[in-house]
Design a binder for this molecule. Structure first.
Ligand SMILES: Nc1ncnc2c1ncn2[C@@H]1O[C@H](COP(=O)(O)OP(=O)(O)OP(=O)(O)O)[C@@H](O)[C@H]1O
Length: 345
């Protein structure tokens, strides 16, 4: 294991950058790269003695919707912020010890990403959660800033860049110039609400219940934001709500596109409002440079086409959009002296 010498403390330390997302948590270890990429899910057993964590990450996600009575699979982050403090801390502690191979090292410095729209109380919750999980110092970086750094945009130059980061719980639209966020808008709509909309559609149209993991697979496989961006269908198994008997249905990409249209439209509205409210000098840069889209939602078929059609601007999907935020936070961690100014209190 390569380690980085911490001059200030005279120890070897393994500092971390964490993208603590609603859907996924990714961890970058200084000097090593992205060492963990797991769903933000924790399986918890609850009895008279209290709560016990049974599984975290991939293992816990497999249990979603399949758990017996006293075991629940919890997603402790909701809409980009901590919904369950205790479970978030347990999840962070588990992930930190996993990347450190359970070795006791000097307590790490941690950069952790937060959405732009969150309150001071919510920021404090993230900091305290990371401290309780073992951090000695915690720096916060806003997700679109991290995404912009991860996308290789020239964030310190006096030119503006627009980033749209579409995650599980939130969509963040930000205009960045001279190492600061000049304008930002956070919409609490992302991939999770699309999954819910697919579940609702199947329930309404076919009288059938499907789980959120199935809805997510449908979205990723045949979901789209633009007509004819993908053509196909999927067979789904579920339970008939009336008879209670397992049944099969076939759902088409066109049906899925319509089912998630409201959520896609909310994202588009967020981008439109951001463009309208961006100061004119900065807007001129955006006309030239266009918009960069990041986050898992950027992978939705045809979303780039839709944004191109509706805004008439150049749209670029960043490479490996699910990793842009953690990549950017990692770059900031590797050169904290330069990037400290982009961190927020
Ligand atoms: N190929 C794909 N097509 C459509 N959506 C996808 C695809 N791959 C991943 N997603 C969606 O992207 C979302 C996860 O993205 P990401 O990991 O960037 O979010 P997050 O950082 O966990 O959430 P947030 O930023 O809201 O806290 C999920 O809703 C997931 O279903």
């Amino acid at each position: 294991m390569s380690k980085v010498f911490d001059k200030a403390l005279g120890y070897f330390s393994n500092d971390l950058a964490i993208d603590l997302g609603t859907a996924n948590t990714l961890v970058y270890v200084k000097g090593k790269g992205i060492m963990l990429d797991e769903p933000s899910v924790v399986a918890v057993k609850e009895d008279s003695r209290g709560k016990k964590v049974l599984a975290v990450g991939h293992e816990a996600k497999k249990m979603l919707g399949r758990t017996p009575g006293n075991i629940v699979a919890i997603r402790p982050m909701k809409d980009g912020v901590i919904a369950d403090f205790e479970i978030t801390e347990a999840m962070l502690r588990h992930f930190i010890s996993k990347v450190h191979n359970s070795r006791r090292l000097v307590r790490p410095r941690i950069i952790i990403c937060v959405p732009t729209g969150i309150t001071q109380v919510e920021k404090r919750a993230v900091k305290e959660s990371a401290q309780s999980a073992g951090a000695r110092e915690v720096y916060l970086i806003e997700e679109p800033m991290a995404a912009a750094i991860g996308a290789g945009l020239p964030i310190t130059e006096p030119t503006s860049n627009m980033v749209v980061d579409i995650g599980g719980g939130t969509t963040e639209v930000a205009v960045i110039s001279l190492a600061g966020i000049v304008y930002s808008k956070s919409v609490r709509v992302g991939g999770d609400k699309m999954d819910e909309a697919i579940m609702q559609y199947v329930k309404r149209k076919y009288n059938m219940l499907i789980g959120e993991s199935t809805a997510e697979i449908v979205k990723k496989t045949i979901g789209s934001a633009f007509p004819n961006a993908i053509d196909g269908s999927m067979d789904l198994k579920g339970r008939d709500l009336v008879t209670g008997i397992p049944q099969n249905i076939t759902i088409t990409s066109e049906e899925v596109r319509k089912a998630i249209a409201e959520q896609v439209d909310a994202i588009l509205q967020g981008v439109r409002i951001a463009l309208e409210q961006t100061p004119p000098e900065l807007a001129a840069d955006i006309v030239d440079r266009g918009i960069v889209i990041t986050g898992g939602g950027a992978l939705l078929h045809g979303l780039d086409q839709l944004l191109r059609e509706e805004t008439r601007l150049p749209i670029t999907v960043v490479d490996e959009p699910l990793k842009a935020v953690v990549r950017g936070s990692g770059i900031a961690l590797d050169d904290l002296d330069t990037y400290r100014e982009v961190c927020v209190d």
